[in-house]
Design a protein around this ligand. Structure first.
Ligand code: BGC
Length: 764
């Protein structure tokens, strides 16, 4: 049982150390600290030492030699903030390091039930001093500003003196890799020191970003369980507490409390840091662990997935789910960075990843957090409107492809601004949230405005041609094909956006006409536009190839030459790292699911045969160079009944970071893919779908599994699902009547608790 909650990796080789800095990062959605060693590595080993605050950013200029109209002038990047990890143990003059002396045993693991990360070490110094050291870290889920480290030291052979040096360090910089477009190529020295303070046993450093002028402070105190001498030192950019412990001691317990505060959340980060610290450092580390457990019990009670038949996979699934709670921003100025808070890849930006790959999980398992994520898009709506004007659109909002505070942060428009589909993805997630929670108030107060403003863009960029509504010059999700006419994904998602703008308008007109009038007045929305929404939606052109009987990815895709896969050596993948984009654009080759994704999100737009044929066709030419691909192929393979493939793609998804199959886990975890793990199980193997008035379950268990259990919250009902090979059992606690279709039979479930159904499976 325990083992199913513990992720362990004890290797100390160079490559694994870097990867494990991401794997063992400690985060809570506000702060994230990579799994670096407090005492650092041997000097020949590389480390990306990093601490990040969600949505805390620097503004850096984008330089172009040929800057065209409305290209973004600057971008934002996440900041490697002040480091509070430093702790050194010095025994009789010898500094503890895993790379000196003898390591009698070393274990590092993440406990996902209790929410901490630990290193367990038995060490003998070069001169024969012997210590057992247990180092435990947590980023508190209760006190989001707190990152705490606890040392339990056991002195095996008597020593004369132990010194603990614990510091904070503002001499930090961001990580650069000029050869990888997915990592930053410039601006690494971001922070200017503001102050270093030592006050009544508390050390504090604060610094300011050079351009965005945002402040971050770290305020630190310590607890030591025994008599000691204690003094403090400070340098230009650092401060340190030094503890001298006398001989004759056999056990030491030492806790470091670090409070991170920043000017995006606190008016006076330095003063708030002191205040929060004084509240929190009264707690023992044991208290903090207990509170962490309570938060996680709450999280797991709705979010856990239980499988029987593969113990190792159970653990892997939990790891994916654990990273979701570690990564999700918990206030509405932050969201979910593509790499969570585990690394600097994609510079801490938020993408469509959130709406398509992550909000589904949160909506079904943690709707409060889903609401925050959606609200974030509402908060940046003004920036999206501004961007639309810059792009020449008279009305509507154009959401940025990647951003932190709402401004477009990409300089490469073919694979960013041209991905207008992000507008439809955002609208889609609001609608799905509404269908799943039934929360019409949220739609009235926030969703409607976003859905109307995003819908308007399609009228701006599309046009009627021979009665059909067409959308030219866009890029779909597949970034290996750019600036095309009538990308099916974009058109069909725009259709959904337009249709729902029309529907919501009428829903609100009926129930909340006053609020609607106010909103229409605010955004100058007229009834004739609503009619245009419907007309464009009903006449949306959806490309189809009659000969192949498949959906065409876009107007020109199927007439291109197919990529020469046979003669492409393994080491040339991902293609984006080895070929000029134009070379890639000229061929039929996909980076990630595109049409196949559309066939999942809006499956009723195509019949089963077309969906199957399209899957067969596009699968052969998809590289899955993007981590957002395999989960979708798994879901759709389940739908079609290709269960071997569904399982294969699922394994690829679930293990992507733990096995580092993309080779870049060191730059951060692939969070969308982790949401994809949940989706591949729940939408894939369990066959969940959301319809207007009911949900569907259509289970197909992988061969190896004898049972799959998970929970869903649907319209305030708690639904416990347990799927066996032969049958599906659900137990429902409902507040209002809800409808669930299982294996093609619709069940109307009355309010009440513990109502159970057992339905034989069609697919066994
Ligand atoms: C994918 C995008 C994704 C981004 C961030 C890219 O490689 O092609 O679809 O949004 O990564 O995860």
């Amino acid at each position: 049982m325990e083992r199913e909650w513990i992720i362990e990796d004890n290797s100390l080789d160079a490559e694994t150390l870097l990867k494990n800095e991401s794997i063992f990062s400690t985060a809570n959605g506000y702060i994230g600290i990579r799994g670096n060693f407090e005492e650092k590595y041997a000097s020949n080993l590389k480390s990306i030492r990093g601490t990040y605050i969600n949505a805390f950013y620097e503004k850096v200029p984008i330089t172009y030699n040929e800057k065209e109209f409305a290209f973004p002038e600057s971008m934002q990047k996440i900041v490697n903030v002040i480091d509070s990890q430093d702790v050194d143990i010095i025994v009789d003059g010898e500094r503890f390091s895993l790379f000196e002396g003898t390591v009698k045993s070393f274990k590092r693991y993440l406990d996902m039930r209790n929410g901490y990360y630990r290193r367990d070490i038995w060490w003998v110094s070069p001169n024969g001093k012997e210590l057992k050291i247990k180092i435990t870290r947590l980023a508190s889920l209760k006190y989001l500003e707190l990152f705490s480290i606890n040392y339990e030291i056991e002195i095996i052979k008597p020593v004369n003196e132990i010194i603990i040096k614990s510091g904070i360090n503002a001499d930090v910089s961001n990580y650069l890799n000029p050869d990888d477009p997915r990592v930053s190529a410039g601006y690494s020295n971001i922070l200017d020191l503001k102050s270093i303070a030592i006050e009544e046993g508390i050390i504090q450093a604060s610094a300011e970003t050079k351009s965005s002028r945002e402040t971050v402070a770290v305020t630190t105190s310590h607890y030591l369980n025994l008599a000691h001498e204690e003094y403090y030192e400070k340098g230009k950019k650092w401060a340190k507490a030094i503890f001298k412990i006398k001989p004759g001691i056999s056990k030491i317990n030492f806790t470091k409390y670090n409070i991170y505060t920043d000017s995006r959340r606190f008016e006076k980060p330095e003063a708030s840091g002191f205040k929060i610290l004084k509240d929190v450092n009264r707690k023992t580390f044991k208290d903090l662990l207990m509170e962490q457990r309570i938060c996680l019990d709450d999280y797991w009670s709705n979010s856990d997935i239980n499988i029987q038949g593969d113990e190792n996979l159970q653990l892997v699934i939990r790891y994916n789910l654990y990273e979701l709670i570690q990564s999700v921003g918990k206030d509405s100025i932050s969201n979910i960075p593509a790499k969570g808070l585990s690394g600097e890849g994609y510079e801490g930006h938020y993408f469509w990843d959130t709406e398509v790959y992550l909000i589904p999980f949160f909506t079904f398992c943690n709707p409060k957090l889903a609401k925050q994520l959606l609200k974030y898009r509402y908060i940046i709506l003004d920036s999206a409107r501004k961007r639309a004007r810059e792009l020449g659109h008279k009305k509507g909002a154009a959401y940025p492809w990647r951003t932190i505070t709402g401004e477009e942060c990409s300089s490469y428009f073919p694979a960013s601004t041209a991905q207008y589909h992000i507008n439809a993805d955002i609208a889609y997630s609001y609608v799905q949230y509404f269908l799943i929670t039934g929360d019409i108030d949220f739609i009235k107060d926030f969703g409607a405005e976003v859905i109307f403003e995003t819908a308007r863009i399609w009228l701006e960029i599309g046009h009627f041609d021979d009665g059909l509504f067409k959308i030219d010059d866009v890029t779909g999700p597949d970034e290996y094909t750019a600036i095309v006419n009538n990308n099916y994904y974009t058109n069909v998602m725009a259709k959904y956006n337009l249709k729902w703008a029309y529907k919501i308008y009428h829903m609100l007109k009926e129930r909340y006409s006053q609020s609607l009038s106010k909103l229409c007045e605010k955004i100058k929305l007229e009834e004739c536009e609503i009619k245009q929404f419907l007309k464009a939606s009903e006449n949306m052109y959806l490309p189809y190839d009659k000969k192949l009987k498949i959906i065409a990815q876009d107007d020109s895709f199927l007439s291109k030459a197919v990529w020469d896969f046979k003669n492409t050596p393994e080491e040339n993948y991902p293609l984006l790292m080895n070929y000029h984009p134009l070379t890639i654009y000229r061929y039929q080759v996909l980076k990630q699911a595109d049409t196949v994704l559309a066939n999942f999100l809006v499956e009723d737009e195509a019949d089963f045969e077309t969906i199957k044929n399209s899957y067969d066709y596009y699968e052969k030419i998809t590289t899955h160079d993007s981590s957002l691909s395999c989960a979708i192929y798994s879901i759709m393979a389940s739908k079609i009944g290709y269960m071997d493939k569904a399982y294969k793609y699922f394994i690829e998804t679930a293990k992507l970071d733990l096995d580092d199959t993309h080779g870049n886990t060191k730059d951060g975890l692939h969070i969308a893919n982790m949401g994809g793990t949940w989706m591949a199980i729940v939408y894939g193997f369990a066959g969940l779908r959301v319809k207007e008035d009911y949900i569907i379950l259509n289970p197909k268990l992988p061969l190896k599994w004898s049972n799959l259990k998970f929970k869903l919250l649907y319209r305030k009902a708690e639904i416990s699902v347990s799927i066996y090979k032969e049958k599906t059992k659900i137990t429902v606690n409902a507040v209002i009547p809800v409808k669930i279709k299982i294996n093609n039979k619709l069940h109307s479930i009355p309010p009440g608790s513990g109502i159970s159904y057992e339905i034989p499976n069609i697919y066994k």
